[in-house]
Design a protein around this ligand. Structure first.
Ligand SMILES: [Fe+2]
Length: 729
């Protein structure tokens, strides 16, 4: 294939792209009806269980839903009959309940939980709630809630009082004024006997909470979630679950049908029939109109620049005007021997139309089942005919897997989670909570689901070269190239570099929004600086080491040194990581995340700017950067033979260098349907968008700023209404 398919021009392909895009774009949810199939939470999804296939399970789920609906209705009625009015009963402050709250995990026992909202309630014999006192823990986690002793002893109150610890569940904004409103929920409560209130103070002693605890079993900052539906530190909003069900259930039914066919009658199913059963994606739709339109060099370069991988173009030091894109394959991570994951370097020139054209592809590493030398190299140019086509496919596939693990999972999901945990553990009274929580919520939940569905025993280790252990190690390393300090978006290298231009445009919007928010809230941000100090400490102390800094470089062979230095240089550029900054060394490990402040009570010079920059970065990662890679999966890995997460070695001498119609290297039938399930699931079930603001949890100024740029973004192939406000799929 040449630059374009025979007798076709760029105009033909651009036009077919526009038509195919319109036909295949994802339309986000309509309203679900009572009789629609249900999915209680996203965590119920499973790669190989037929969740919807079993009628019994379906009936059982319906019953559980019914019971849950009844309980919710009773609670709602209860709240209506017995409202909790925010009025303190009694006038004197002559008695108190006191205590101290700390985290509960073994290595966290001495860490106080500061500024936690605590309340003391009585109930009348008729069930009415009466607030006796409320307040917050101090910096040492100590609370002392004064109340009116005579009032508390009145006969109308029951024998048990309630001491409650509250946490902020959601933040909402008045859409006219931008005024925030926090929805708090009871995180834990304890009963206090009325008879124990003697007129002196009552000491509840040390209260240890399992509250947003860091996991010890992975080398990555993750929160402890044992059972997502019961003891998670946060829960999906109802709207999020409903939207997932709306889009996801039809896809689940297709996958279940395929798995059943493969089990009972494998002759009845093929890669083609699997592909046909799923919604038509962009590349399939384009191929139907112009065969070869997505396999030609033009499309290859265009997607490498502005597709899911949105590659980084490193100027070629020897050939002026040319660039290198480097996709690092299995390197020294644990892999299986079924799938290939070679390192691929692609050389590009920028054509007159501003888009990159591939000029050379170098495939490094194992590409067949026999020669396992990790440093073998094969070089291809457009003159190599069929082998050139195969090399492009190999680069697409390596790029997709690298993008999935390094950019999507580590770069956005895990990256966002580390900010979510640090904020949740520490920021409560500081307005930064209102700024960040809408953008950091739910990421811990989806990451927990990914542990089992995509990593662990999930899809990626089964359908690619990477083992679960390899993915965790690689993710930890990848996270070591991400830091908020001195970060800025990728620089465009031409007018057609739409990903980079759109990134910069969005970054400008985030700047305007965060600067505005800080101007409005500066006094309180400084007043509660202690929370920022603790957040910064948690963020830095729990961050992963600098990329590859734990390896003993003296032991590297010459080839390993060359590869690893390449990885460090390229990955730092890709993540815009400033390696010249001096970073904290904790327990002998150089931490990847920079400290925001070392000042405990008031910001030192530069600290407010640091905090602003951190907030901008966290919002950028959780919104635009995640949306981009997530939504383009459907376009770039939504056709099994065009691009998957792994090509099998097969049994031929030249391994993965085979044409697309050689199914011995393609994903097998099971992985093929799971592949389609995976890309559809992740791209189709997005919910929670900045401008649609479905839950009124987005500051109206942020939505407005973005909507004002709608036309500018549209010219860059970005629909602002599809940019998610948070990373939750
Ligand atoms: Fe995602």
């Amino acid at each position: 294939m040449a630059i374009y398919p025979p007798n076709k021009t760029q105009k033909d392909i651009d036009e077919v792209y526009k038509r195919a895009y319109e036909r295949t774009k994802i339309i986000y949810p309509k309203k679900k009806t009572f009789f629609s199939p249900r999915l209680r939470t996203l965590h119920q999804i499973s790669i190989d269980k037929g969740y919807l296939a079993s009628t019994l399970v379906g009936i059982g789920d319906f019953c559980i839903d019914l019971v849950a609906a009844c309980i919710a209705a009773v609670k709602k009625i209860n709240r209506k009959i017995f409202p909790r009015e925010d009025v303190i009963h009694g006038t004197k402050k002559d008695s108190y309940v006191t205590g101290k709250i700390t985290f509960a995990k073994k290595n966290d026992l001495t860490t106080p939980i500061h500024h936690m909202q605590v309340e003391f309630w009585a109930r009348t014999f008729f069930g009415g709630w009466r607030k006796m006192s409320s307040g917050h823990t101090d910096e040492e986690g100590v609370f002392k809630l004064y109340f009116d002793f005579i009032e508390a002893k009145k006969f109308k109150y029951r024998r048990s009082f309630h001491f409650e610890i509250h946490q902020v569940e959601h933040v909402f904004f008045n859409q006219d004024s931008g005024e925030p409103r926090k929805k708090v929920s009871v995180f834990d409560s304890f009963k206090v006997k009325k008879s124990d209130l003697t007129g002196m103070g009552y000491d509840l002693g040390l209260i240890q909470l399992f509250y947003w605890e860091y996991r010890d079993d992975v080398p990555i900052p993750r929160v402890v979630i044992k059972e997502q539906n019961e003891d998670a530190p946060e829960y999906y909003s109802e709207g999020r679950n409903e939207a997932a069900a709306e889009q996801f259930i039809p896809i689940e039914i297709i996958k279940d049908k395929h798995l059943l066919q493969i089990k009972r009658n494998p002759q009845s199913i093929s890669i083609e029939s699997i592909q046909d059963d799923y919604p038509t994606n962009l590349t399939v739709a384009m191929e139907r109109e112009i065969p070869g339109s997505t396999r030609c060099d033009y499309w290859f370069g265009r997607r490498m620049m502005n597709g899911m991988s949105c590659a980084t173009f490193l100027p070629d030091e020897k050939e002026k005007g040319k660039y290198w894109v480097k996709i690092f394959g299995s390197c020294d991570y644990e892999v299986n021997q079924e799938f290939a994951f070679p390192t691929v370097y692609g050389q590009f020139k920028i054509a007159d139309n501003g888009l990159p054209l591939p000029t050379k592809i170098i495939v490094k590493g194992q590409t067949d089942a026999y020669n396992k030398n990790p440093f073998q190299e094969k070089t291809f140019t457009p003159n190599d005919g069929e082998k050139w086509e195969q090399a492009k496919r190999i680069m697409r596939v390596s790029s997709a897997l690298s993008s999935e693990i390094d950019d999507h999972f580590a770069g956005t999901h895990l990256n966002t989670e580390q900010y979510a945990i640090a904020v949740r553990r520490n920021v409560r009274l500081n307005p930064v909570a209102e700024l960040l929580l809408p953008h950091l919520k739910e990421v811990t939940l989806i990451n927990h689901t990914a542990d089992t569905n995509l990593i662990g025993p999930g899809y990626i280790p089964r359908a690619s070269a990477m083992t679960a252990e390899g993915i965790i190690e690689r993710s930890k390393d990848a996270l070591g190239t991400h830091d908020w300090k001195n970060w800025k978006p990728m620089e465009p290298i031409s007018e057609q570099h739409t990903f980079a231009i759109a990134s910069n445009l969005f970054w400008d919007v985030v700047h305007q929004f965060v600067d505005y928010f800080f101007d409005e809230n500066e006094e309180d941000i400084k007043k509660y600086w202690y929370e920022i100090y603790c957040m910064s400490n948690d963020l830095v102390n729990n961050s992963v080491p600098l990329f590859l800094s734990e390896q003993d470089s003296r032991k590297w062979t010459g080839e390993e040194r060359e590869l690893n230095q390449d990885r460090i240089e390229y990955n730092h550029l890709r993540a815009c990581f400033d390696n010249t900054l001096s970073r904290d060394i904790i327990n002998g490990k150089k931490k990847s995340i920079s400290s925001i402040t070392k000042s405990k009570n008031t910001p030192a010079e530069g600290d407010m700017d640091n905090l602003k920059d951190m907030c901008k970065y966290a919002i950028m990662v959780a919104t635009f950067l995640h949306t981009y890679v997530n939504e383009h999966q459907y376009e770039d890995i939504g056709e099994v033979l065009y691009c998957s997460l792994g090509l099998r070695y097969g049994d031929k001498e030249d391994g993965i260098f085979q044409p697309e119609n050689d199914y011995s290297i393609a994903p097998d039938l099971t992985r093929a349907t799971q592949m389609m399930w995976f890309s559809n699931l992740l791209s189709r079930t997005e919910y929670g968008f900045i401008t649609r603001n479905e839950e009124h949890d987005i500051h109206p100024y942020f939505s407005k700023l973005l909507l004002d740029k709608k036309e500018e973004f549209a010219k860059l192939h970005v629909n602002v209404e599809n940019i998610e406000s948070r990373t939750n799929i």
